[in-house]
Design a protein around this ligand. Structure first.
Ligand code: SF4
Ligand code: SF4
Length: 100
């Protein structure tokens, strides 16, 4: 079972990310994303909102699929800036990666 942390969104400010809580999970970004991959990037934004760090780390390789094309940010009906959220999550993963 994933652990949740409601303070994680605030923690992400250290990694240059402060817009994820604007997301209301409409799914527009996942629909427009050229990757068409398992609700990406909406899914990762939801993990961030919940503070599900273990899910983020388990699915970290998905972050590097992003083409940084900007389509998700252009079409987001909120100010969630999903493209920037992905960049912030990449910074978080790099800073917290542990070899097993
Ligand atoms: S980031 Fe924007 S487009 Fe994507 S699910 Fe959230 S509100 Fe919708
Ligand atoms: S910036 Fe990344 S997540 Fe957003 S639409 Fe492009 S490939 Fe998908």
């Amino acid at each position: 079972m994933a652990l949740v942390n409601p303070n994680f969104a605030e923690e992400m400010e250290r990694f240059g990310e402060d817009t994820a809580l604007e997301c209301f999970n409409c799914g527009t970004c996942a629909a427009i994303c050229p990757l068409i991959y398992e609700h990406f990037p909406r899914k990762m934004i939801r993990y961030l909102q919940l503070g599900a760090k273990d899910r983020i780390m388990e699915n970290a390789n998905e972050l590097w699929r992003c083409l940084h094309c900007g389509l998700c940010t252009q079409t987001c009906p909120r100010e969630a800036d999903p493209g920037e959220v992905i960049l912030g999550l990449k910074r978080y993963v790099v800073a917290n990666w542990r070899r097993s």
